[in-house]
Design a protein around this ligand. Structure first.
Ligand SMILES: Nc1ncnc2c1ncn2[C@@H]1O[C@H](COP(=O)(O)OP(=O)(O)O)[C@@H](O)[C@H]1O
Ligand SMILES: [Mg+2]
Length: 252
């Protein structure tokens, strides 16, 4: 059931397709006080993410991308503004609600994988599903991410790309509403990076997950349904890609 105040956030595209807003921000700002100096990491940022989209947030280093992702992921709080996941205001949540939100609604993927060295690939995924509400079948997810043969390997026995697959499996197996990925290819060589982007695209297309990828790499924007461009803490442009390209055709 769509609440009345929510209706204005439904965008109609082309024909009969209706896009539902899954997440939106209202005038988000974040400042840090560094002695005498106020660092404005995020300035009056408003945007929407639609269900089922593949969105790239693009901007140079220091433009506020991680700050933004951390706030919408419930890991950080803004100085001003609000975040909504569907009809719920995340920025009004207490600590317990925020913990629940992070555990159940969000899948995180980071540049340096952040998986546990003492656990096998599959145990890393299992651990995450233990705190989630409605997890997917772990064995199937391991196969889906291309780790069917490697599930009993420890991180030290896996390549960087495989470790990133573990972290994607971990995020996906929780069956979250949305996947938030902060520079997921930042530590990988070009070829491996492309395979990881293909996997994220597969998660988006075949598992129907909404995916947000943060990057400073302009080329990655070409595979997105929409590109949100940031500079100096501000969104200066939101582009829609009518024909996003397949990750395999990206060059950088
Ligand atoms: N904890 C912090 N304390 C002070 N300044 C910070 C902190 N986190 C981020 N910043 C500053 O906020 C700005 C945006 O940073 P960040 O969101 O990490 O950008 P990006 O992810 O685009 O590289 C930068 O100027 C950064 O130095
Ligand atoms: Mg960053």
């Amino acid at each position: 059931m769509i609440k009345p105040e929510y209706c204005s956030d439904i965008a109609k595209t082309g024909g009969a397709m209706i896009k539902n807003v899954i997440l939106r921000t209202e005038n988000l700002s974040k400042s840090y006080q560094m002695g005498e100096i106020e660092v404005k990491a995020l300035i009056d940022t408003s945007f929407e993410i639609y269900e089922g989209e593949f969105v790239v947030i693009l901007g140079p280093s220091g433009s506020g991308k991680s700050t933004l992702l951390n706030i919408i992921g419930g890991m950080d709080t803004p100085t001003d503004g609000r975040v909504f996941m569907r009809e719920n205001e995340i920025t009004a949540f207490n600590e317990k609600q925020l913990t629940d939100y992070r555990r159940k609604k969000i899948g995180f993927v980071f540049q340096f994988y952040n998986i546990m060295a003492s656990l096998t690939a599959e145990e890393n995924v299992e651990l995450a599903t233990e705190i989630s509400e409605d997890p997917l079948d772990i064995g199937q997810v391991m196969i889906d991410v291309g780790l069917g043969e490697r599930r009993d390997h420890f991180p030290s026995q896996l390549s960087g790309g495989e470790q990133q697959r573990v972290s994607i499996a971990r995020a996906v197996a929780k069956n979250p509403e949305i996947l938030l990925c902060d520079e997921p290819t930042g530590a990988l060589d070009f070829t491996t990076g492309v395979t990881i982007l293909s996997l994220l695209k597969k998660v988006n297309r075949e598992m129907g997950k909404t995916v947000v990828v943060i990057t400073h790499n302009i080329s990655i924007g070409e595979m997105a349904d929409r590109v949100i461009k940031m500079h100096s803490g501000e969104i200066f442009e939101i582009l829609e890609n009518k024909n996003p390209i397949e990750p395999e055709r990206i060059q950088w």
